[in-house]
Design a protein around this ligand. Structure first.
Ligand SMILES: NC(=O)c1ccc[n+]([C@@H]2O[C@H](COP(=O)([O-])OP(=O)(O)OC[C@H]3O[C@@H](n4cnc5c(N)ncnc54)[C@H](OP(=O)(O)O)[C@@H]3O)[C@@H](O)[C@H]2O)c1
Length: 286
């Protein structure tokens, strides 16, 4: 698939992987629609995209709100008449121990990281069917397969996205709509600054452009699954250990970030007071 003149919608385009991906599409002559909450950043991105000769539109939206994904797809079609590529990339982190997390936060993670992708897909499929086809790229995480401590909700949102994408492979058969899943390892973006609790990860973080290149390849060559970075020994090892020695993986994850006894006793105290998870956590000593 040639990218010149294609209408591409990238969610989470105001920073990191989405920003790099939007620029990469624009450099290849695509018409770019960037979506995120921070309008000024999107306007700057649109300006940079136009600098590559194509058209660009900035659409500020909170994709966690029901109706927002449908609205941005509708605005894209109203402006450019079609949608060829949807990149579901926007997401929030949730690196926080379960005892400290409110159930409302769980819902928010699932809305932004998973349901927004579903909503955008439901809005895009009829448009792509009318246009004769298209591509939907879902940006997932290695965390869906090897779940880091304190990331059960983030990982669950990505695992749901993985399963949804696998289902699209069957259900979109014969439609001309291709779906692809990019599984991302550690990438140097702002998402690391948003972690609510410290991460024990000290390894290398790769530049977001490597993911952007994989996304373009997925669209151009109709790839189903790509992992980025491709030949990372730690990612490959983690996946194999999970498959062959799950007990060993559980033990090493626990060792990597052990649960402090004070955290458990504080959670138990709050539970004895009848509090819900995540309530009155600022008095937590750990
Ligand atoms: N970086 C990594 O190590 C890594 C690893 C695995 C997977 N990933 C995945 O890669 C994707 C991109 O993340 P990134 O690393 O590039 O992080 P990032 O720099 O923090 O980018 C996240 C993007 O999502 C947007 N966003 C967040 N909440 C939103 C909402 N409610 N509505 C609309 N847009 C929203 C943010 O824009 P606004 O704040 O302006 O809304 C931002 O543009 C995510 O799906 C992430 O899970 C990243």
């Amino acid at each position: 698939m040639s990218l010149a003149g294609r209408v591409v919608l990238v969610t989470g385009a105001s920073s990191g992987i989405g920003h790099a991906t939007a620029l990469a599409f624009a450099q290849r002559g695509a018409t770019l629609v960037g979506v995120a909450r921070r309008r000024e950043r999107l306007e700057a991105l649109a300006e940079a995209c136009r600098g590559h000769g194509g058209e660009a539109l900035a659409l500020a939206a909170d994709l966690g709100e029901p109706g927002a994904a449908e609205r941005v797809v509708a605005e894209t079609v109203a402006r450019f008449g079609r949608l060829d590529v949807l990149v579901n990339n926007a997401a929030i982190s949730k690196h926080k121990h379960l005892y400290r997390t409110r159930v409302e936060e769980a819902e928010q993670v699932l809305r932004v990281n998973f349901l927004a992708c579903v909503w955008a897909t439901f809005a895009a499929v009829p448009v792509m069917l009318r246009g004769g086809g298209g591509t939907i790229v879902n940006v997932s995480s290695i965390a869906a397969q090897v779940v880091p401590p304190r990331e059960s909700l983030y990982a669950a949102s990505k695992a749901a996205l993985d399963a949804f994408t696998h289902g699209l492979w069957s259900d979109l058969e014969g439609s001309g709509i291709h779906a692809g899943l990019v599984t991302v390892g550690p990438i140097d973006t702002e998402i690391w600054d948003t972690l609510e609790e410290p991460s024990p990860y000290r390894g290398r973080r790769h530049p977001p452009e490597v993911v952007a290149r994989a996304i373009l390849e997925m669209v151009e060559k109709r790839r189903y699954e790509l992992t980025v970075p491709r030949a990372s020994p730690s990612l490959v090892a983690a996946r194999w250990i999970r498959r062959l020695f799950p007990g060993l993986l559980r033990a090493s994850l626990r060792r990597m970030d052990p649960v402090p006894p004070a955290l458990v006793s504080a959670a138990r105290e709050r539970a004895q007071k009848g509090l819900r998870l995540g309530e009155e956590v600022d008095r937590d000593p750990s």
